[in-house]
Structure formats: C-alpha cells, structure tokens
Design a protein around this ligand. Sequence first.
Ligand SMILES: [Zn+2]
Length: 463
Amino acid sequence: MSWTRRGFLAAATLGAGAVTSPAASAGDGPDGLAAIDTMPNLCAHEHWGSLTSIGHTDVGFVADAVAGAASGETGLLDLLLDPYLGGFLACGGFDGNRAARELGCESLPEAIHQRPEGVLEALRPHLATQRSVGTLMCIATGVRELYGFDLDGLSAANWRELDAAIRRHYTDPFAWYREAMGRAHLTGPIRPVELSYMLEAADPALAAHERAFTHALLRVDGFIEWRRRPSDRVRYCIERTGIEPHDAASWRALLEATFALAQEHGCVGIKQLQAYSRDLEFAPHADGDIDLADDSPPAVRAFEDFTAHECCRLAHELSWPFQVHVGTANLPRSSPLPLEALAYRYPGVRFVLLHTWPYFDESAYLAHFLPNVYIDTCWLAILSPSFLEEALRKYIGFVPSHKLMCSQDATSIEMAVGSARHNRTLLRKVLGEQVRDGRFTKHQALEVARRALHDNARGVYGA
Ligand SMILES: [Zn+2]
C-alpha cells in the first residue's frame, strides 16, 4: 500500500457523479453482460448504522434499537474501525487500547476524537496488511466510488477533507443512504432490528425518513438466549405487551404478542444468529420440558430449542422468511445441515441461509432439495471476494435460480457500495465463463443475475 500517493483521484470532486464502472459505459461489454453493473440490487440483510459513533449497548447497536439514530460525529476512523474491520484489525494484532494510551487517551473512542492523526498513524501498518482482505477492499471500493477518494493514498495531509465529507453525510445518514443507493443502483435495505426499533424514534423526523425506505426484520436472538443472557431488548417486549413470562405457556404468549406487534408495525420476517455460540440442531420439546427456574445446561438448552421452534411456528403462521446466520465463526458447529429438520417441519417459513462460508456444499444441498430453503451470499464479498467467487461457482449450476440472493451485510453504506461492486463483478465473471462454456445463453445469464441481485429478495420478503 502506498501512503505517498495523493489520496484524491485526479480532479475528483467529493460526492459528485454517478457510480459507474468502466464496463458500464461500454455497451454490453465483451461478455455481453454489462447490464449486470446497473441492475437494481436489493440489500436484504444490512447493518448500516452499526457504528460505535452512532452508539451501542451491551447487546447491540443503537441503530437496531431505535429508528432515526444518527450522529454527525461519524467520520473516516469510525468507518474504518467498524465492528468488522475493527475486529479483524484486532485479530491481526492492532491493540487499540495500547494505541490510545500511547496517545495519552483513556480509550480508543477518546483517541479518535482527540488525536485522530495519531490513531491514523498507529493504524497505517495494520491497514496495509488488511488491504488484501475483503473488508478493507469493500470499504476502499465504496469510498472510491462515493467520494472519489483513494484510501491507498491516505495521508496526514489529505484525510481531513474526506473525514469532513463523511461527517456531513452522517448528520442525516438516511438522506445520504438514499443518495448513495441511487448512485450504486441499490434498493432496500432490509435490516434485522429489535421490536423497539419499530416503535420508538431517536428523532421523529429522521425516524420517519428512515422508515420510509427501510424494512425491518425482528431479531429473535434476545428471546433464544434469554436464560443465558437476559437483556433489555426482551424486557422491552415484556413491558410493551404486559406479559411477564413464568412458564412455557406465558413465554409462548409473550412471543405471540411480540410477533403481532412487529407485524402491525411493518415487520417482514425474523432473523437469528445462534450459530455464533451453538449448533443449529433445535430439538422439539413439550411445554412440560420447560422450566424457567432451572439453570442447568440441559434445561437452558431445552429452553433455547423450544424458543427456536416457537419462532418457527409463528413465522410459519405469518408466512414470514427466517434469516439464519450460518458458518463464518464457531466452526465446525455452525453447519446449516440440522436446519433440514426445521425446514420440513415448518414449510410456510422461507429459511434464508446467510453467508454460508465454509458450508457451501451443505447449503447448496439444502437449497437444491428443500423448496423453502434459500441462500443469501451476503457478507462473503466483505469477508473475501474469493469466497464469494467460490460460492457463485458452486451455487450457479446446482441451486435453482430462484433460490439465490446477493445482499451485502455491511455496517455502512460505504462498505455496502463496495460489496455490491464485487457482487456485480463476480456475477459477471462467473456467469460470463458459463456462457462461454455453452452452459446457457447470455439472456439466461442476465436472468440469473437479475434474480440474484433483486427479484428473488422481492419475492422472499415481499418488500
Ligand atoms: Zn448480519
């Protein structure tokens, strides 16, 4: 990574122009698939706003707990030290607390605020080694497309102009999202959030602005992990519904009332991420197996399984999709294969397997054989475009074209725009090869891309 090059691309003006790739203006391109670059891409699993600068609690981000959350204190360092890249930098050896102490600050957020140049300097060697990893690739691509700024040329002399432009956008992030989405041909987003997001506003005007184009999925994680990790997010549902759970029947009533409130407020489905901490084998249980006062591991596990089944039962009745986090962590216990039993038992639920690395074969198997299992490759470009490429090669050829979706799973619109670019480039590459091999026509390839980028998500979420 060169740190001496001037950051701004030649004659670029911050925020100007539509996002196009060279190929997009070259007719159909040599592969005849240039239309893929400008097809709408429905972002069906996003975390835009999951940034420390906008706020977080012990169980998640403020942007998921309340609508209209914004912060003009969001700058370049907040985008770079988002939960993904910030985490990966730590895994790679960047010690944010030590860096802060060396700068005379008590914490990294304080150092970002008071000594941003010092933080940038401390980050440089670590950013250089992350430059070949998907997360920083996506941020760099998005920043280049949206701001005309080349992060490879970031320096103490040029970073403030970019930082100021980002801060301006984040005073009303929703106006910024819409502008950036228009330029990158993105639609949606659909975001997994808490019930409180659907009912509470940080700022009424900004909340109305956000809700005008954002669709909500109810996160059910708080319920499933309630015995191990009681949290305010479930406490909020208890207070809102007036149902204090003490046994299986009252717990079920709380879930029913929560789902009903969510549906009333426009919720389009549910999402869970249990595979971070356990396997996805959820055994059915009778009410009599559930004891809310028993803290033993088997009782807690039975409670989790019972709750997962109740969520599936309600989603089945409501005809809701269910996004399930698969793989990426907790290997090898995060395989999607145990979900087969749930998919058979609840045919009204459209199960969407998220990310799926490294379980591409297992996920392809489920999506091929079960009518109600789908795949969203979201987060793959952000983890590694190579993973996405491998996944597309596996899926296109075995998974029917109405089952595949390509969202971003980004924490910022900047990262999402970068991820979407990689989605388009790799769809074009993989489909182009298959057209050249005579597997299907250009017209059929474009149809596969249109479904994966947009139409399938519309069908699954009705959004
Ligand atoms: Zn996610």
